[in-house]
Design a protein around this ligand. Structure first.
Ligand code: 1GP
Length: 245
């Protein structure tokens, strides 16, 4: 089964949780240990990516270790067209919808497409929409940030993503954001689009995860939290709240 189909089947049953692990922040063995803890707590898939220090070698080694430890689908979450992985099951073929730089909207994608075809990794197209505070990814991607309370702006960007024919919308507050996406924005976007909605950035408590799920997130991503959490009960609580278990 394709990873896209796994996602489509999964979200029919309820909100999914994905853990995001940065290959530059821990060894492949440590990443595999975290991924296994997440799997035991209910995670549905592992995303692999980061803004800096990413190489084909560290992505591939991390993907192989995670796959061996968990058997969960691994999805590469690339920061650019360099360091494309041959070992992840799929990659988000993403366009930063509100970047002011052409290369992040379509240039890198054109460059990477023949390589993706050659290595045979499954591309899952995704419109990546950066909301305030945006954090590092907003800066690096030169995003024209959508304001936290600009619900119309977020809905327009998400609908535009759908009308461009993409598979998924991702509303991103930025890794380590002090506030996640406002649930009011999530529910407004969810009610206007027909494609799956991913929410990420700053989700680190059961309350925040529950709020995102109840507002309509199809997939909730946590990165910083799963990398830092050493308490299995808290890990379980956040993932359960994301999934509604
Ligand atoms: C970043 O949305 C993800 O791309 C995850 O953010 O690290 O804040 O969980 P956090």
């Amino acid at each position: 089964m394709s990873v896209k189909q796994y996602i489509l089947d999964g979200i029919k049953k309820g909100t999914m949780h994905m853990a995001l692990l940065d290959p530059d922040k821990q060894t492949p063995e440590e990443a595999a240990e975290i991924a296994l803890r997440c799997k035991e707590a209910g995670t549905d898939a592992i995303m692999i990516g980061g803004s800096t220090g990413i190489t084909t070698e560290n992505v591939d080694a991390t993907a192989v270790a995670i796959k061996k430890a968990t058997g969960l689908p691994t999805i590469y979450f690339p920061a650019g067209p360099h360091a494309l992985s041959t070992k992840c099951d799929a990659l988000y073929f993403m366009s930063m919808i509100n970047s002011t730089e052409l290369k992040y909207v379509i240039g890198a994608q054109i460059y990477a497409s023949p390589i993706i075809k050659k290595i045979g990794i499954e591309p899952i197209s995704m419109g990546y929409i950066i909301i305030e505070p945006g954090m590092k990814v907003g800066e690096v991607g030169k995003a024209k940030l959508i304001k936290r309370d600009d619900i119309e702006g977020a809905v327009a960007a998400a609908l535009g993503t759908q009308y461009l024919g993409m598979d998924i919308v991702y509303l991103e507050a930025g890794s380590g954001a002090d506030v996640p996406i406002d649930p009011k924005m999530i529910s407004a976007v969810k009610s206007e689009i027909d494609i799956p909605l991913i929410i990420g950035g700053g989700i680190n408590t059961p309350e925040k995860a529950k709020a995102a799920r109840e507002a309509g997130a199809d997939i909730i991503v946590t990165g910083t939290f799963v990398e830092k959490c050493h308490d299995e009960n808290i890990l379980r609580d956040v993932i359960a709240a994301a999934k509604g278990n």
